[in-house]
Design a protein around this ligand. Structure first.
Ligand SMILES: *[C@@H]1O[C@H](CO)[C@@H](O)[C@H](O)[C@H]1NC(C)=O
Ligand SMILES: *[C@@H]1O[C@H](CO)[C@@H](O)[C@H](O)[C@H]1NC(C)=O
Ligand SMILES: *[C@@H]1O[C@H](CO)[C@@H](O)[C@H](O)[C@H]1NC(C)=O
Ligand SMILES: *[C@@H]1O[C@H](CO)[C@@H](O)[C@H](O)[C@H]1NC(C)=O
Ligand SMILES: *[C@@H]1O[C@H](CO)[C@@H](O)[C@H](O)[C@H]1NC(C)=O
Ligand SMILES: *[C@@H]1O[C@H](CO)[C@@H](O)[C@H](O)[C@H]1NC(C)=O
Length: 667
């Protein structure tokens, strides 16, 4: 075998127009597969093994494919000619390759072949199952010529060409087709019946075309349909009771103004209509299906409301984000008992309600962020599987207090940028719900909670009792008062705590007792001291930027030496001298201090003025000098004090004498 390869290499090299040294062989052969990828070839090598099964000629400079030598390689199953400059293929050439199953002609110049030139086509493809013609500048008419006769073709890519229209003739020569990729053309029109003779077509990709409307959709055989990134304004199914196989429908980035009118009986598990212009109003019908079909306006319990909403009973993923939905029509979500993922982010919702009993029992993730929500309500045993709830950027103030506490599986809640007010310890909840607070205690499944930017004023005692959070974000609540005991109950679980941007001047949290705490962000406050950490601490990352720390007390900080990896200190009035712990840590290099080169500290220059100098430039002598200066200043002060006492004494004495004199004079 080795000998053969050597021989092959030698002959191939000699046969080439430009001489290349032998150590750079043009082709390799592994298990009857010839690899000639990126070898600068101008022609197909003429001396390959007649039994070669695969030939990779991608990324060369081939311009035309002629009968010889290709027809000698009758055992070929796979032929990769992608990324060449091919503009001519001798018609009928592939009939001589009866084993050929895979043919890749992607990224060539077949669009430059002129149709008169032997039809411009490639003739019969007897057993080819996979054909890639993407990126060839093919246009209507020419594409047909390439697909004249491919009875066994299963998978075809015509992506990234210049087709404007799919006619009834376009796909006539490929009756066995299962998968068709047409993405990135300029298709504006699909003639009625264009796919009718493709009974096995299951995957169709029409993404990134110029389709404006789907009317009378009737492809029951399809399972995957990608219509994303077109300009579709309406999607309408032909009225029929037929069973559709549709599993997966992507309509994102279109111009739908209404929810698509889907086949009544389908298998849809995935529906993406994100980035459209869909509007829904409480009592409007979804489809434009005339009177009598306004299913959404009816009561959910009404058995006749069994319309195309039941079309979504299998749905697992529904993405409705980036639309213009003002309200979810009643009954719209009710049939979606399998739904696991629902995204309603970036709409205009003012309320989200799932008030019917056992609402959305399979839902795992619900995103209603970036709306205008003022209300959020869940009925009895509703959302029983919900793990993630995204409510950030809304206007929520008063939720029913037990909203979160009634979700048995909830793990992560994002409420940042709302107006929520947490309730205190559980016993406060016995009071009627009129208090308008949200209970955050007694939620044993909750792990991550974000309450940033809620204009929180006070975090009451026992807010999180029996809610073993791992991550808690309380940042950007300027003026927040964290009363002692507010974080009680989190000592054994909390790993990440964000308290930045709260204007805190003191910490009433006994942080050293939070032995699992790994990340603590205290930046943008007015803190000047930290509690004393013990050796049990596991803090790894500490952000103290933009505070009022002048000293980091060695007594308090030394407990962190075993765990601390990264420390942020910029924006503090650090003293250059007397910061022994910091100096020692820097010297040892045990903690990575962010932007250490730029870290400044304050050094007194003389009496009253101070200068900022880089912390790294401070030498011990400077601090001794500063000490001496301080003593000098002290002596000077005492002298001044004594002198001024003397002066005042003298002045008083004079005054007194004068008064005496005046009195004498008056008398
Ligand atoms: C359709 O093509 C686009 C562009 O390549 C791709 O992102 C998308 O995943 C394809 N869709 C399907 C269903 O394969
Ligand atoms: C829906 O499409 C958007 C693009 O607009 C994409 O970002 C999102 O991930 C898709 N949703 C799902 C659930 O796949
Ligand atoms: C409701 O839909 C189901 C499933 O499609 C069907 O079996 C049932 O007969 C329908 N009921 C009514 C009242 O239309
Ligand atoms: C919901 O959609 C928005 C916008 O498309 C996206 O940013 C967000 O990540 C999605 N939510 C989830 C949970 O995937
Ligand atoms: C702390 O919070 C500030 C402000 O949000 C942010 O810029 C910084 O990156 C955070 N620090 C760390 C270590 O993540
Ligand atoms: C600290 O304050 C400066 C100046 O106001 C600002 O540019 C910087 O982002 C702040 N750093 C942090 C971590 O908040």
């Amino acid at each position: 075998m080795n000998l053969w390869v050597l021989l092959l290499l030698a002959v191939v090299t000699l046969g080439r127009a430009t001489y290349r040294p032998l150590e750079k062989p043009p082709c390799e052969m592994v298990d009857m597969e010839v690899l000639c990828h990126s070898r600068g070839l101008l022609q197909i090598p003429a001396v390959l093994h007649a039994d070669s099964k695969a030939l990779d000629l991608s990324q060369n400079q081939l311009q035309s494919i002629l009968e010889t030598p290709l027809i000698f390689y009758t055992a070929l199953r796979r032929l990769d000619l992608s990324s060449n400059q091919i503009s001519f293929i001798q018609p009928g050439i592939f009939t001589s390759l009866p084993q050929l199953e895979y043919l890749n002609l992607a990224r060539n110049r077949l669009g430059r072949a002129s149709p008169q030139n032997g039809n411009g086509g490639i003739g019969r493809l007897p057993h080819v199952a996979t054909l890639d013609l993407s990126g060839n500048g093919l246009y209507n008419g020419l594409a047909e010529a390439f697909l004249e006769d491919a009875p066994d073709l299963l998978s075809l890519s015509l992506a990234e060409n210049s087709l404007t229209r799919i006619s009834r003739w376009t796909l006539q020569g490929v009756p066995a087709l299962e998968e068709l990729d047409l993405h990135s053309n300029v298709i504006m029109e699909i003639e009625e019946g264009a796919f009718d003779d493709l009974p096995r077509l299951t995957r169709l990709n029409l993404s990134m075309n110029s389709i404006t409307c789907i009317s009378d959709f009737s492809l029951p055989q399809l399972r995957f349909l990608d219509l994303s990134r077109n300009s579709i304004e309406t999607f309408q199914t032909a009225p029929s009771d037929q069973e559709y196989q549709l599993h997966w429908l992507d309509l994102h980035e279109n111009k739908l103004s209404q929810f698509p009118d889907l086949p009544r009986h389908n298998q849809l598990v995935y529906l993406n209509v994100s980035n459209n212009l869909i509007q829904m109003r409480p009592t409007s019908s979804l489809g434009d299906r005339g009177p009598g079909t306004e299913a959404w306006a009816k009561e959910p319990t009404d058995p006749s409301a069994n319309d195309s909403s039941s079309a979504l009973a299998h749905l697992l993923f529904l993405d409705l984000s980036y639309n213009e939905i003002e309200s979810i029509p009643q009954g719209f979500l009710d049939p979606m008992t399998s739904l696991q993922f629902l995204n309603l982010s970036r709409n205009c919702l003012r309320t989200f309600e799932a008030k019917w009993e056992r609402a959305l029992p399979s839902l795992d993730t619900l995103d209603v962020s970036h709306n205008d929500l003022q209300g959020f309500a869940v009925g009895l045993r509703g959302l029983a599987s919900l793990r993630q709830l995204f409510l950030q950027h809304n206007a929520l103030t008063a939720l029913p207090p037990l909203t979160l506490a009634s979700l048995p599986k909830i793990q992560r809640v994002d409420l940042h940028r709302n107006w929520v007010r947490p309730c205190g310890a559980p016993r406060a909840l016995v009071e009627p719900a009129a208090s308008g607070c949200l209970a955050l205690s007694n939620i044993p499944s909750l792990r991550a909670l974000n309450l940033a930017g809620n204009a929180l004023q006070r975090l009451p005692e026992g807010t999180f009792l029996q809610t073993p959070l791992v991550t808690l974000d309380l940042s950007a609540n300027p003026g927040l008062e964290v009363v002692p005991g507010a974080l009680a109950g989190l000592e054994a679980s909390l790993e990440v705590l964000q308290l930045q941007g709260n204007g805190l001047d003191a910490l009433h949290v006994d942080l050293p007792r939070f032995t699992r705490l790994k990340q603590l962000n205290l930046s943008e406050n007015q803190l000047s001291w930290l509690p004393a950490w013990t050796r049990e601490a596991s803090l790894e990352k500490l952000d103290l930027r933009n505070n009022s720390f002048s000293h980091l007390e060695s007594r308090g900080m030394s407990g962190l030496e075993g765990s601390l990896r990264r420390l942020y200190l910029a924006g503090n009035p650090l003293a250059c001298c007397g910061n022994g712990w910091l100096a020692a840590v820097i010297q040892r290099g045990s903690v990575d201090i962010a932007n250490l080169e730029q870290l400044m500290c304050r050094h007194s220059k003389d009496f009253s003025s101070q200068e900022d100098v880089p912390f790294l430039h401070v030498r011990p002598e400077d601090c001794e000098k500063e000490g001496l200066k301080k003593i000098n200043v002290l002596i000077l002060l005492i002298v001044v004090l004594v002198l001024s006492v003397l002066l005042i004494g003298v002045a008083l004495f004079c005054c007194f004498c004068r008064q005496e004199f005046n009195q004498h004079f008056k008398a």
